[in-house]
Ligand binder design. Structure first.
Ligand code: HDE
Length: 766
């Protein structure tokens, strides 16, 4: 084969380049030159990784990428080979006994290609099957505002949280929970937000969700919850949806689910993009400092670009037009350099203050209102690199809440306790081997040494004779580490009680926080929740289930809410509030996604509706103004191709109507130009685009003749400009013939609002 090589040296060169890279990145030595150095001699947290300059003082943002470089494969300029490196001369024809004869057993290439294919699929995750991931880094803040605490070290000894000069690599996977691997992104569901920090002290997995509480209180109930919400067992329907009898049957019989149901019916279950949702550790964890002092903490991710939602009608249309909507946006944002970013924050509760709440900190169906205990910022996470291979990275990444580093510890939350078993177990099912931690994406950067050294697909070659402890043959290596040497020591919590299968009374109040959530919503958000309940329960065939939800659950959350739900689903509205209802008027602004100040328009995407003969001046002025503010513009037209401007210039259409829609954009702009607008007026698609954006409460702008398209759509109660003045009406910004600067300023303000929630678009057909 080598004789036919077009570039005889290429294979050798590639190999020696790979070897060179490897020698620059001694991932498995501690850099001291003394390979036998034990952890006992090492500084706490020393890991033996080296940065670009060969320094060995910890991990940096690129450490994980350098480790992954060692297993990256690139076929460019290479020959096709079998898995065993034999060059292949023909991959289209199997080896046969004569041209029209049977295929021969000896065709090793055919057998290998087919066997590999037959075994390509691995079990999808039993929950969170549908997901998308990205690489990035975490960096502690220089001067975090920790209130009464001096510094992070006072709270936790976790090394990756201490040094503002150190960036720790991360891999994050976002997911929906219920749907299969190929289901749509925009369904009503909780989103997973799992982060693997490759710290110098080993991997820390923060396996979080975008909702701060959970459906149930004890892990024992999880299989029931998941069986109820997954497609029904007889007919396998519906896909990726809670809207069916079995889920609501379960919910109606489980009052502890009430607070979570309120979140799931709200816009929180329809995040606009992954990069615009919050993340929550859900359980109460512990931070432990060097002196062994422990405090309770709740972990939060706050997105840099705000927390925003899609609206229900939009989600359903997106599921058809772009089932990968959230996944695509994650990739686009990273590839455009507008990196998704979050702040990691923590609510801190002293152990002796844990009793101050009217709920139990160990109950995962409850949250600590941020107004009562502020979220203290610790650092930021930036996602700046998409995976090279979906299977190798996003599919094979495996999280486990039990992966913690010194300084972070568990509590007795019975949901968390059960998770500590489930994740290791589920990986055995997915990978068929306990060696799933050796797969490159799961491998820590920190060194690993122990006596576990066999099993399916073992990758490491462990040296030495003794795979047991104590031993004298290998000098009793590897050595255990004391706490001061970085050894993990569990917080020595005092436990004294009877073995019992029961639930604490302190877990009993199920409705106070459900009501808190309802009270905290603005009226449009309440309307969304009621509409969602109409959809979900409207899909429930059994009337008694609908009745139980309204009378036993919703009527204990809020009487008015229960009545509004009843009206839409053929149930008699309850006459009195439920006997467990909690008549309080407390609220928490942090729970609403609509309350709060408008933000910058950075990373928003605005559609320009354009056809031949558009006014170039308008298009350019508005494009420049939006791009200056880090928003982006796409030209949408009837068909793809070049669109000519009235004055002779031109622009290329980025999208056409059949493959796009207002649902893919944050706002719409219609520039002037007689001929262009006349063409748009003849297009149902263009009118639909504007009407739909209006229905979804999005900002709309029109300049010059562009205003005629808005008039033709007949937006209810919206004033459209007819002279030089810029008119702003409910997020619709128009100017017929005036100053573009004034128009732009108002349009930008309207975009910053994100959606114009007070609009009532119900009569708009779209
Ligand atoms: Fe999970 N969960 N979970 N979960 N979870 C899984 O582990 C489980 C819970 C979460 O992108 C599984 O590797 C139990 C809460 C995320 O790979 C499984 C209980 C929270 C992901 C599992 C819970 C989560 C999972 C399925 C109740 C938020 C996706 C595949 C006791 C704090 C991780 C896998 C990824 C995945 C079990 C409840 C978050 C079966 C038993 C609460 C983000 O092990």
């Amino acid at each position: 084969a080598v004789e036919n090589d077009p570039e005889p040296d290429s294979a050798e060169t590639a190999q020696s380049e790979a070897d060179d890279e490897r020698s620059e990145t001694p991932a498995k030595t501690d850099g001291s030159g003394d390979e036998s150095a034990s952890k006992t001699d090492a500084e706490p947290g020393a890991t033996g990784t080296s940065d670009d300059d060969g320094n060995t003082d910890g991990v940096d943002a690129e450490s994980k990428q350098r480790q992954l470089d060692q297993v990256r494969e690139n076929p460019e300029g290479e020959h096709l080979t079998t898995d065993h490196g034999i060059r292949v001369s023909d991959t289209d024809n199997s080896l046969k006994a004569s041209e029209r004869g049977p295929t021969l057993m000896e065709d090793f290439h055919f057998r290998e290609k087919m066997t590999q294919f037959d075994h390509e699929s691995i079990p999808e995750r039993v929950v969170h099957a549908r997901g998308s991931g990205a690489h990035g880094y975490f960096q502690p803040y220089d001067d975090p505002d920790l209130g009464e605490y001096d510094d992070v070290a006072e709270l936790t000894k976790a090394s990756f949280l201490q040094d503002p000069d150190q960036k720790t690599p991360v891999f994050v996977r976002f997911s929906t929970v219920v749907g299969s691997r190929g289901s749509a992104d925009t369904v009503r569901d909780v989103r997973g937000f799992a982060t693997k920090f490759y710290t110098e002290e080993g991997n820390y997995d923060l396996v979080a969700n975008n909702i701060p509480i959970f459906f149930i209180q004890d892990a024992m109930e999880f299989p029931d919850l998941v069986h109820a919400i997954k497609p029904e067992p007889d007919d396998g329907m519906p896909q990726a949806s809670a809207a069916h009898d079995t889920f609501w049957d379960f919910a109606s019989l489980k009052p502890e689910i009430a607070p979570m149901i309120m979140w799931v019916l709200s816009g929180r279950a329809l995040p606009r993009y992954y990069r615009m949702m919050e993340g929550f550790g859900v359980h109460t964890f512990r931070f432990v400092n060097d002196e062994g002092k422990s405090r309770f903490v709740k972990l939060h991710w706050k997105p840099k670009y705000g927390t925003h939602q899609l609206v229900w009608d939009e989600t359903q249309k997106l599921a058809g037009k772009d089932a990968d909507f959230n996944r695509r946006n994650l990739y686009d944002a990273i590839e455009n350099g507008t990196y998704p970013e979050w702040e990691l924050g923590v609510q801190i509760v002293e152990e002796d203050e844990a009793d101050q709440f009217d709920f139990d900190l160990l109950d995962p169906t409850k949250l600590i209102p941020e107004e009562e205990v502020p979220v203290r910022p610790l650092g930021k996470m930036v996602l700046n690199e998409t995976p090279d291979n979906f299977f190798a990275e996003t599919e094979q990444v495996a999280f486990h809440p039990g992966n913690v580093v010194p300084g972070i510890d568990f509590t007795n939350d019975p949901l968390l306790q059960g998770r500590l078993f489930s994740y290791q177990d589920t990986q055995l099912n997915r990978f068929g081997s306990a060696n799933w931690d050796e797969i490159p994406i799961n491998r820590p950067i920190a060194e690993r040494h122990n006596n576990q050294r066999a099993g399916f697909m073992r990758q490491e070659i462990n040296e030495g004779k003794a795979s047991y402890k104590p031993n004298s043959i290998d000098d009793d290596q590897p050595a255990e580490a004391s706490a001061s040497e970085g050894g993990y020591e569990h917080h020595a919590e005092k436990i004294d009680g009877k073995k019992i299968r029961n639930r604490s009374e302190s877990f009993e109040n199920h409705f106070t926080q459900a009501k808190l959530f309802w009270n905290s919503m603005t009226e449009p958000e309440k309307e969304n929740i009621v509409d969602a309940a109409h959809f979900e329960l409207g899909k429930v065939d059994r009337v008694e289930i609908r009745e139980r939800m309204v009378y036993d659950i919703f009527n204990n959350v809020d009487h008015e809410f229960a009545k509004r739900v009843a009206e839409g689903i053929g149930i008699d509205p309850p006459e009195e509030p439920g006997d467990q209802h909690q008549d309080h008027d407390r609220s928490s602004d942090a729970l609403s996604m609509v309350a709060g100040e408008p933000e910058s328009i950075a990373t928003r995407k605005i559609a320009f509706l354009v056809d031949d003969g558009f006014e170039d001046e308008h298009l350019e002025a508005v494009t420049d103004a939006l791009e200056e503010r880090d928003a982006s513009v796409e030209v949408v037209s009837k068909v793809l191709g070049e669109k000519s401007a009235a004055d002779g210039g031109s622009v290329e259409a980025d999208k056409h109507h059949v493959a796009s829609g207002s649902i893919m954009y944050d706002a719409v702009f219609v520039p002037g130009g007689n001929e262009s607008v006349e063409t748009l007026l003849e297009q149902g698609d263009a009118k639909h685009f504007v009407a739909e954006a209006f229905k979804h409460k999005k900002p709309i702008g029109a300049f010059g003749e562009g205003t005629e398209l808005l008039e033709a759509v007949d937006l209810p109660e919206v004033e459209i400009a007819d002279d030089g003045e810029t008119v702003v009406a409910d997020g619709v910004v128009t100017c017929r013939d005036g100053d573009t600067d004034e128009f732009i300023e108002s349009f930008v303000e309207a975009i910053a609002e994100h959606r114009h929630w007070d609009r009532s678009p119900k009569e708009v057909p779209a």
